[in-house]
Design a protein around this ligand. Structure first.
Ligand code: GDP
Ligand code: MG
Length: 434
């Protein structure tokens, strides 16, 4: 009706409209597609979106952010909240007994050693017990890793009695003064009653404080059934999500978390024992949504820079199509927006990165260096040979060394952007830590 049209027009003029099912529809469709392509179980995706939608309707639209962007941001926050619910750390109790369960090939044995290594680094005296008696190679695998990481180890290659093996392993560990005892168990290709029965008996024998499901991060729609079966039978206390170093978006995490409510505690990001991290919900949420934190950037920027500029910048970051000219423009925006650190905090995967204290001073020098370059050089840094670098250093009143450093830094950043574009945030974080 005309009244509606008028009201609508007035609303958009004032920029104070509310979120409605209509203006949210496109964004929700996109988010739903993102969740499904991240392998989130379809019922989980549906319920999650319905919940968020209900919470969104009626909320005032923020100034200079489109309803769509606002919805993605709200969904992201909701996702972080849901993924991060519960205790994401292991119980502090000592001695601590941890049962590692999961399907065959999910990464139980590897994660057992990884967890042992991590706890040892924190000052614990971990001990691993190999309870996978069906494949001698599995016991060897654990023993080799235990030796490598200097963890206590026990297994028995002869017995067929898993609960007895567990009990003896526990006694051996305690006799050796271990304070964290990790039980690596057998898996099956699929969930089956034999497997569950055996783990139940082992549980009764060693009375673990933590029962951790180790799940392949690339598990698809079946993640829900796997998690439910283990949780119903054993009462899980935590989850380790493995193989997040690949292309997987980790939707299994959301499926499992939604269905069981069990907190995610660690993630595996590679085959080596060091490739293991505590769980950060923000990182996983942006990985699952695949939309980075672009909206936060836009939102943060809204009062100081125009939205189109912020979107252009975010888009360039996403596409890894970023030259020194953009770098300069961005720095000048950043000065208006607040500290570099807070901007880094909004970029996917960069929230943990600390900038040195003199970052602002450094920024001024960087600015001077880029300003001493020709536009052509800024757009194509590969042009910067020795002569040009010398000229730039003179122009900016800095040493050539600083020019070289800046270019190197920029190249590293470009590399990071490329990785980010590929969605490979784990690899990126490792790169940054070096
Ligand atoms: P289990 O059968 O559950 O004990 O699984 P394993 O620990 O033997 O792991 C199965 C395979 O997955 C091995 O080749 C591991 O190296 C590999 N793996 C385990 N965790 C990870 C991970 O986080 N990333 C990658 N890329 N590979 C992993
Ligand atoms: Mg194993």
């Amino acid at each position: 009706s005309l009244t509606e049209k008028l009201t609508g027009a007035l609303r958009s003029l004032r920029g104070t409209g509310a979120l409605t099912e209509a203006n949210m529809a496109d964004a929700l469709k996109e988010v739903r597609a993102a969740l499904l392509s991240a392998d989130v179980h379809f019922t989980v995706a549906r319920d999650f979106i319905a919940r968020v939608q209900a919470a969104c309707v009626g909320q005032a639209v923020l100034k200079s952010v489109s309803p769509g962007q606002q919805v993605v941001k709200i969904i992201n926050d909701e996702l972080v909240k849901l993924l991060g619910e519960g205790t994401t750390e292991l119980a502090a109790k000592r001695p601590l007994k941890v049962l590692m369960v999961g399907l065959h090939g999910s990464g139980k044995t590897t994660s057992t050693a990884k967890l042992g290594k991590l706890l040892k680094k924190k000052g614990a005296r971990p001990f691993v017990v190999g309870c996978d008696i069906y494949r001698p190679a599995a016991i060897d695998q654990l023993e080799i890793l235990a030796k490598q990481e200097e963890l206590g180890f026990y297994s028995d290659r002869v017995t067929k009695d898993v609960p007895a093996l567990g009990t003896t392993g526990l006694a051996t560990a305690l006799a050796q003064n271990a304070d964290v005892i990790l039980f690596d168990t057998a898996g099956r290709l699929q969930i089956d009653t034999d497997l569950i029965e055996e783990v139940k008996k082992l549980k009764a024998a060693v009375t673990p404080d933590e029962i951790i499901l180790v799940a392949d991060g690339a598990l698809g729609q079946e993640a829900v059934n796997v998690a439910k079966a283990f949780h119903d039978a054993l009462g899980l206390t935590g989850l380790i999500l493995t193989k997040l170093d690949g292309d997987t978006r980790g939707g299994a995490a959301l499926s499992i978390k939604s269905v069981t409510g069990v907190p995610i505690k660690f993630i595996g990001v590679g085959e080596k024992t060091a490739d293991f991290e505590p769980f950060y919900p923000e990182r996983l949420a942006s990985r699952i949504l695949g939309m980075g934190d672009v909206v936060s950037l836009v939102e943060r920027a809204q009062e100081n820079i125009d939205q189109a500029e912020a979107e252009k910048m975010a888009e360039k970051l996403r596409k890894a199509d970023f030259n020194l000219e953009d770098f300069l423009a961005q720095m000048q925006q950043v000065k208006k927006m607040g500290s570099m650190q807070s901007i880094m905090g909004m970029m996917p995967g960069m929230s943990g990165v600390q900038l040195p204290g003199d970052a602002e001073k450094q920024m001024k020098r960087t600015e001077a260096i880029i300003q001493s370059m020709t536009i052509q050089e800024r757009r194509k840094p590969s042009l910067l040979n020795g002569n040009r670098r010398m000229r730039i250093a003179n122009g900016a009143g800095v040493k050539v060394l600083e020019v070289n450093q800046l270019i190197k830094q920029f190249e590293q950043m470009q590399k990071l952007m490329k990785m980010m574009k590929g969605g490979n945030q784990q690899k990126m974080m490792r790169q940054m830590e070096q």
